[in-house]
Design a protein around this ligand. Structure first.
Ligand code: NAG
Ligand code: NAG
Ligand code: NAG
Ligand code: NAG
Ligand code: NAG
Ligand code: NAG
Ligand code: NAG
Length: 494
């Protein structure tokens, strides 16, 4: 027993040392800034901070003068971090920088300010940098993080408002060069000539499929050709579209329009693709606006190969009722890519009548004489995932992205043809078989090994040297680990 402890302990000892070192160095480096209330209102050149291992969600670095907003490290995926500005009373992020790859919530990740705000890690290098020559980092009372040059006044060299993530706050300008992207990366909002559009990115590539277009319908002023538009969320409770000057060319009003709402407003593009507005009552966020009010009109309300019946009853195109997971696509067949590769071209066909695309008005179509013609056009095109044909109009809509949710309609002359990827499932079975056999074989080998060792041990009874013979266990990686586990089996036997 003793000897095994001696062998294993050095490893733990050095781990403890490392941990202690990490904690000490973070305490040393944090100095004034490790806790919420007392995080500073500005950062000057020379500032550094590392993620605190004891923080489970958000580690504030600077706070605005009202205490309403805080910039800091936001823990994501358990052990990674994003830079984020949160609304402190609710912990809702209003801005995030998710670097690619994400930095780890551990040493040697650090954020420092040397004129640029830089997130880096001595192994991976620089994750993110504002690439500025500023004098201080400052957070406005409206949640705008700025790198400023102090030259009498304060000039912003960089500001988070120019790089929105999924949220716009009150009075933040949204221009044609910007993008709002949902936290799962699937949906985005962009401005066009005279509209804002919502786009789905099911193929993982821009520009994506438009599923909502909001033009300047309620024109308060005329749109002038050639001048870019911009959006601003106004305190009066509306999303205003502006061109030149202060009169909006369009007003998308919230429930709180022209009412006295006490709080701050924000809009966010949600992981389900909807654009929602909220206002802060002082104690919680209240839903104030939805760009899409019918859930069936969302781009993927019931998931891949789902069927949405008005009132949002989800079922599956193949008539299986959506199981507990709410997924219609079988988990072992990836719903991504296309059918063009040599190994990707196997599929079976699923047909369903009484279906329609939720955003067909934004999709291209070809006029065809028959359902057959429409189906074979899709069949012969390896980028086509399916087609929906209307017998009445002769419109054939071909889907160049994996099948999402279809809309159930009473009209059986609207017919759908869908490719369902096949093949990966069968390979999966073989893989499971292989894994099973491998495990069985492994177990037999270990069992035989234990028996053998027991026999060996009994023969060498009294020879103390056995455990110490290779005392350098734990330094070498693989073989020694195996030896160590044999040893613990041996010890258990005692
Ligand atoms: C937060 O913002 C609200 C509304 O803008 C303001 O009334 C309130 O005083 C702020 N909170 C703090 C702690 O200053
Ligand atoms: C700040 O640090 C980054 C990353 O190490 C470096 O690329 C940059 O040149 C530095 N800026 C200044 C002004 O030293
Ligand atoms: C938004 O844009 C308007 C007009 O271009 C400008 O006057 C205003 O300062 C901008 N607001 C912010 C917060 O950048
Ligand atoms: C809205 O609030 C302001 C001050 O908070 C007040 O002066 C104004 O009369 C209110 N308006 C309405 C319509 O309640
Ligand atoms: C599913 O059910 C509907 C109506 O019950 C039927 O018309 C359709 O053929 C069925 N589809 C499949 C793929 O089984
Ligand atoms: C295949 O379908 C896509 C859209 O689904 C279309 O853009 C493309 O032109 C088609 N290719 C051919 C050869 O018809
Ligand atoms: C589609 O239309 C053709 C003629 O326009 C008709 O003969 C056929 O029965 C229709 N098919 C369905 C499924 O309604």
């Amino acid at each position: 027993m003793d000897s095994s402890i001696n062998i294993i302990l050095p490893r733990f000892r050095s781990l403890n040392h490392l941990l202690l070192l990490a904690i000490l160095s973070s305490i040393y480096r944090f100095t004034s800034s490790s806790h919420g209330g007392d995080s500073p209102q500005e950062l000057r050149i020379g500032f550094r901070v590392v993620p605190d291992p004891s923080v489970s969600s958000f580690q504030p670095i600077i706070t605005d003068s009202t205490g309403n907003y805080s910039f800091g490290f936001l823990r994501t995926n358990g052990n990674q971090l994003a830079l984020s500005v949160i609304h402190a009373p609710s912990s809702v992020p209003v801005w995030s920088e998710n670097t690619n790859p994400l930095a780890r919530w551990a040493d040697p990740t650090e954020l420092f300010f040397n004129g640029s705000l830089v997130l880096s890690d001595s192994r991976t290098g620089v994750f993110w940098s504002t690439a500025t020559l500023g004098d201080r980092v400052w957070l406005s009372t409206t949640s705008n993080l700025q790198i400023q040059k102090l030259d009498g006044g304060a000039t912003a060299l960089w500001q988070s408002f120019d790089f929105p993530s999924d949220t716009l706050v009150e009075n933040q300008n949204f221009t044609t060069s910007m993008n709002l992207v949902s936290s799962n990366g699937l949906y985005s909002m962009r401005l066009g000539q005279d509209f804002f559009g919502l786009y789905a990115n099911f193929m993982g590539s821009s520009p994506g499929q438009m599923y909502l277009k909001h033009g300047a319908l309620e024109a308060k002023a005329d749109i002038v050709d050639g001048h870019p538009i911009y959006l601003v969320l106004k305190s009066g409770g509306y999303l205003g579209m502006f061109q030149n000057g202060s009169i909006p060319v369009d007003v998308e009003s919230f429930n709180s329009f022209q009412q006295n709402t006490s709080g701050n407003l924000r809009v966010r593009i949600e992981p389900d693709g909807n654009l929602k507005g909220y206002y802060w009552t002082g104690s919680n966020w209240v839903l104030d606006y939805r760009a899409i009010s019918d859930p069936c009109e969302l781009p993927s309300s019931c998931g891949s190969y789902g069927l949405c019946t008005p009132g949002k009853e989800c079922s599956c195109l193949d008539n299986r009722t959506a199981d507990g997971s709410g997924k219609c696509a079988s988990p072992e067949t990836p719903v991504s890519g296309d059918f063009c590769g040599a190994y990707d071209n196997r599929y079976k066909v699923l047909r369903r009548s009484g279906v329609e695309l939720p955003f067909k008005e934004y999709m291209g179509y070809q006029k065809m004489d028959s359902l057959n013609q429409c189906e074979s056009a899709c069949e012969q095109n390896c980028t086509c995932w399916g087609a929906v044909y209307s017998n009445y109009s002769g419109f054939c809509y071909m889907l160049a992205f994996p099948i999402q949710t279809l809309l159930a309609v009473g009209d059986d002359t609207k017919m759908g043809y869908f490719k369902v990827r096949e093949g990966a499932g069968k390979k999966g079975v073989n893989e499971w078989l292989g894994l099973g056999l491998g495990l069985l074989f492994g177990a037999i080998v270990i069992f035989a090994g234990v028996l053998g060792l027991g026999w060996y041990r009994r023969r060498k009874r009294g020879v103390k040297g056995y455990l110490e013979e290779d005392g350098n266990v734990g330094i070498g990686p693989y073989k020694d680990l195996g030896a160590a586990s044999f040893r613990s089996i041996e010890l258990c036997e005692k």
